[in-house]
Design a protein around this ligand. Structure first.
Ligand code: GDP
Ligand code: GDP
Length: 437
């Protein structure tokens, strides 16, 4: 399972600058992602072949000029609960402040490894100033300059050493892992209860390692599946979950460890920013998607026309990814609960679709011939052959072209749509690559 690093600290110490610096290590890979998650909130870092997720808690402080000590305190506590390593950023040019001391006193009591990062160490003299941070009782300050990048490589090395070896939970790869995600009050707990019944008849509880087990296996209505992060759901605390920060932290964990995400929307509320943020997390992690429009029992006009309008609105907001199931359900009355599981299972299978090369070429090459990529600067672009890559997370296809650099995004989307028309890839992201032949 993935590791999660949280950046904490008072405003203006350079958390956001550090976040940008660290996530740049992977920009080449992530730049294609269309996302609405504010970039400050969540990113992926790749360093010496290892990947981890990182969140900047500062991304949630609405107005960073207003220092809400209480809010920062809460965020630090939640970061402790949810992350594997904490980067506590302080500002050497400013020295120790009261707020630094308050944050440090919370961190000293935590069991999560903390790295105290002395930022804005732009020159060697400032290294001496960093000594005053020893007084915070969190060991050696680690000197960096987020602006220039000095020290950040060593910091990444250090972060990797702090991840505890997690004994991989043994899960059966054949059995789908579902995560129920969505903003507070969308009905996540209710639908989970509907899935597993009041008796909560757990088939197997796998012993977790560093924290409670994140996978719980259920065998219900003829479906065999794992629900991800049910431990977290069980100990859910309404007060804290109302913070967007908290629900995003929770979502990240659940999404990263799932095959298919069941995204709960509230029919009485429509789609809001938080829904899009969670959708974007699912997309960025290339997970399968089933959208549930929950609380359908509360909607008076359930005509086909209203449903269609609802569907269109959702697909419009989630575009360009539009090929996923939308189920109108009620966790309360259990209407279409079965259908949700059925669709989640189908999406799981679609993620593992293998299209034989011969079939792929047979279908796609005549289409490409009829609608070739537009020629650029008088140069004709030819695609002669395509194939699916083996052993990828989601179905991934390579099209070989004479001038791959001239095949643009709209044409890739055209290829994707044509494949989706021909094969059942509903609910799964796919990758289309153009390479040199
Ligand atoms: P945050 O509120 O903790 O996220 O802080 P920001 O990342 O927004 O940075 C606050 C200010 O400190 C900005 O003006 C940054 O340019 C500046 N800053 C960040 N890192 C450094 C650094 O390493 N050296 C110097 N001199 N300034 C920095
Ligand atoms: P969570 O915060 O996403 O886990 O949401 P909950 O499952 O706790 O549900 C929030 C509120 O919405 C509770 O009062 C539920 O009883 C109610 N609720 C959930 N699903 C439905 C539904 O399908 N119909 C109706 N009418 N209420 C629902």
């Amino acid at each position: 399972m993935g590791n999660l690093v949280a950046i904490v600290g008072r405003p203006n110490v350079g958390k956001s600058t550090l976040f940008n610096r660290l996530t740049k290590t992977r920009q080449a890979i992530v730049n294609e992602e269309a996302g609405t998650t504010r970039d400050r909130q969540y990113g992926k870092v790749e360093w010496t072949g290892q990947e981890f997720s990182i969140v900047d808690t500062g991304g949630w402080v609405v107005n960073s000029d207003d220092i809400f000590e209480e809010e920062i305190r809460k965020q630090v506590m939640l970061a402790i609960e949810e992350s594997d390593v904490i980067l506590f950023v302080v500002d050497v040019q400013n020295g120790v402040t009261d707020l630094d001391e308050q944050v440090a006193s919370i961190l000293r009591r935590s069991k999560v490894p903390v790295i105290m990062v002395a930022n804005k160490t732009d020159n060697n003299e400032l290294v001496y100033s960093s000594a005053e941070f020893y007084s915070l009782g969190l060991g050696d300050p680690f000197c960096i300059s987020a602006v220039s990048g000095s020290g950040t490589g060593d910091l990444l090395d250090l972060i990797l050493t702090k991840f505890q070896k997690k004994v991989d939970e043994i899960v059966d790869e054949e059995i789908p892992r579902f995560a129920v995600v969505g903003r507070p009050n969308a009905g996540k707990s209710s639908i989970i209860n509907a899935f597993i019944g009041e008796d909560r008849n757990i088939v197997t509880e796998i012993a977790g390692t560093t924290r409670d087990s994140i996978y719980t296996r259920y065998d219900k209505f003829g479906f065999d599946f794992y629900l991800v992060d049910t431990a977290g759901i069980r100990k859910k605390n309404k007060v804290t979950e109302d913070l967007e920060f908290y629900s995003v932290m929770r979502s990240i964990r659940a999404i990263e460890n799932a095959d298919v995400c069941i995204l709960m929307l509230d029919a009485t509320r429509g789609i809001e920013g938080q829904d899009l943020n969670i959708f974007s997390l699912i997309q960025r992690n290339q997970k399968g998607l089933v959208v549930v429009v929950n609380k359908w029992d509360l909607v008076e006009d359930k005509s086909a026309k209203v449903m269609k309008e609802f569907e269109n609105a959702i697909r419009e907001r989630f575009a360009p990814f539009v090929d996923f199931p939308i189920i109108f359900a009620s966790a309360l009355t259990k209407q279409r609960i079965f259908k949700v599981l059925e669709n989640a299972k189908e999406v799981f299978h679609n993620r593992t679709t293998r299209i034989p090369t011969a079939r792929l070429n047979e279908e796609m090459l005549p289409l490409i011939e009829a609608y070739p990529p537009p020629s650029i600067k008088g140069k004709y672009i030819k695609i002669k052959y395509c194939t699916q890559l083996p052993n990828t997370r989601v179905p991934s296809f390579v099209y070989f072209a004479n001038l791959p650099q001239y095949v643009k995004e709209p044409y890739k989307r055209f290829l994707e749509n044509k494949m989706r028309e021909r094969w059942n890839l509903t609910g799964t992201p796919i990758n289309v690559y153009i390479r040199q032949k």
